[in-house]
Every structure is written in C-alpha cells, then in structure tokens.
Design a protein around this ligand. Sequence first.
Ligand code: PMP
Length: 357
Amino acid sequence: MPMPNQKMNIKKLVKKDVAALRAYSAVEIPCRIKLDANESPYGFDEALKAAALLKTNRYPDPEAKALKKILAREMRVRPENILQGNGSDELIYYLIATFGGPVLYPVPTFSMYGIIAQAFGEEKLEVSLDEAYDLDAAAMLTAVKRQKPKLIFLSTPNNPTGNCFSSERILPLLEAARGIVVVDEAYQPFASDRGFLPLLKDYKNLVIMRTLSKIGLAGLRFGYMIASPEIIGEVNKVRLPFNVNALSQAVALAALKDRKRLKASIRQIVTERDRLFSAMEEIPGITPFPSEANFILFRVAGPDRVYKALLRQGILVRNIQDAVKGSLRVTVGTPDENTAFLRALGKIQKSGRQEQA
Ligand code: PMP
C-alpha cells in the first residue's frame, strides 16, 4: 500500500533561494590533458605515505594544530590568526554563515561567493569590473557606502580574469567598509606582489583566504583564512568540529615540509605561464589576458568551436562564456602539456582561417 506522503512534492519544501540555484557543475570530462580546473600539474605523491601512520578509528585533530603551526611560521603570524577549512570554499560558507549579507563582490569572479550567499538567502551586490578587469573603484565605493555590505569578497588574482586588482583601489574599500573585507588569495603564490598579509595588523576588518588546492594538493581539500583572533573566534563558532579529515591533515603536513619542491613547482608554473602567454600572443586570432595566476584567460572568435576542437584532440580547457563572453580559460600545465595545447590551438586557428578564406 503506498504511504500517504508518497506524492509529496519535495521541490515545494525547498527554500525559494535554494530552489532557484543551479548546482555547481563539476562534471568530469574524459581527456588526455586536463587544463580546466586551475589545478597544479605537480602532485606530492610521496607525502601520501604519511597517511599510513594514522589510526582510522580515531577522530582527526579538530584544531589541525600541526598544520596551523607550520603555516603560522611561514606567514609570520600566530596559530590563533588561522582558521582551517575543508577547502577555502567551506570558509566562504562559514564567513557568510557568521556575518550574513549583503554580500558585495565584483563580477566576473569566483562563482561560489554568489552561490553561497544565495543559499543563505542573503542579498547579493554585484558590481562589474572595468574594461581592464580592475575594480570599478567608484561603483564599489558607492555600493559600500550606500548598501553597507557585511562582507566584501575580492579574489586577487581574480578568477577567471587572472589579474590582481590594484591595491590603490582595494585600500579605500578597506577603509570605508563597515563590514568584513575578504581578500581571497587562492592564486597569490603565482603573483608578483606579496599580497595583503603585511596589512593584517593595520586593518581590523581584513580577512585573507588561502588554499593548498592550486599548489598541488587539490585532492586534500584544505584551505585556511588568516585574520585577527577576534574574527577567527567568531567564525570558529560555526565550523563543524572535524571539518578537515585526518588523511588530509597528515598528507598536507608532509607536503608542506617539502618546501623546496613546493617552491620549485610554483616557479616552474610561473615560467611556463609566461612562455604560454607569449606563444599565445603569436597565434592569429588569440588575445590572451596578462595573468598573475596559474591560468590564462583568452579571447577567441567562436569559443565554442575552439573548445570542442581542443577536446577532440584530448585537451580540456574551461569554457567560461557565461562569465566572460567570447573567452576560454586555460590552466598552466607541464611544459609538454602546454606545448601540446599551443600546437593544437595553432592548428585549430589555422584551419578556421582557411575555412573562412
Ligand atoms: N577562491 C578562488 C578565487 C578560487 O578560484 C577557488 C577554486 N576554484 C577557491 C577559492 C576554492 O578553492 P578550494 O575550495 O579548493 O580551496
């Protein structure tokens, strides 16, 4: 006999804001060369051995003390200035759970700020970047003054554009804001400047977010934020007790101890990014945008066609047309992968031009 609630419409139970969301698309597309997700091509497989010493029946360290200690030393802050997340995605979630909205961010940028704000039913304030993909200082400042956002998210270097926002445009926001300013430095290791860490002591409302995902450890899901102990203490109230599992903690710790390898892999990616950029500039019809990150945004006529043609050759890039019309984003891979990408792109552009001729 069917139960009386068999006909229940689950969709009708869902909060309006959540019903209107689309799940973050993270489908896996089979490919030979994966240059779509801003991962590092260099892993730390040796560090996996550290997991063998764990006891599976025990909970992980809820405070991730060993990891915080090594990170604190590297960044010259105290462990009390750090909060750990299951990826920095989770910290965005915690920040919005703690402070609420309105949530202000420039667009295009990393999509999770908006998705999570909406999941919490918080007001989203989106301000377009200017034509150089820098912050529209005046419009941002007006939004700060008029709408008094509780949270401002600034990804710098910005995903998907790759550039850093100019600090002369960020500082007035930090000063005018009556809420928290989160500088998301997921891609900072690849940038030429030092980022916002040195400013932490001057601005009470500054939060800096980092992640291990872009430097070879995306599979572990470990992100962290750096802020005053007061902010850390408040956000820590909404953190799930064992949010970073024992395997991730052990492996991340082992990988971070291998500083030489970490630094060398970052240097290699930066060298390759610059080679990739110069070579892309030489391909007819391709306009790459200068990048301080581990990926390059590029404009091309017929991006859908180019995306598909690359994939037919086994090369996966990111089609980000919903965010930046007419553009694709390629992650920096190994030298061989980048060379294969450049060859394929060159060939595709050549054949496209011949068809047009
Ligand atoms: N911030 C930015 C700007 C990102 O691009 C990403 C990943 N795409 C993240 C945060 C999230 O990184 P993770 O959750 O892997 O730490």
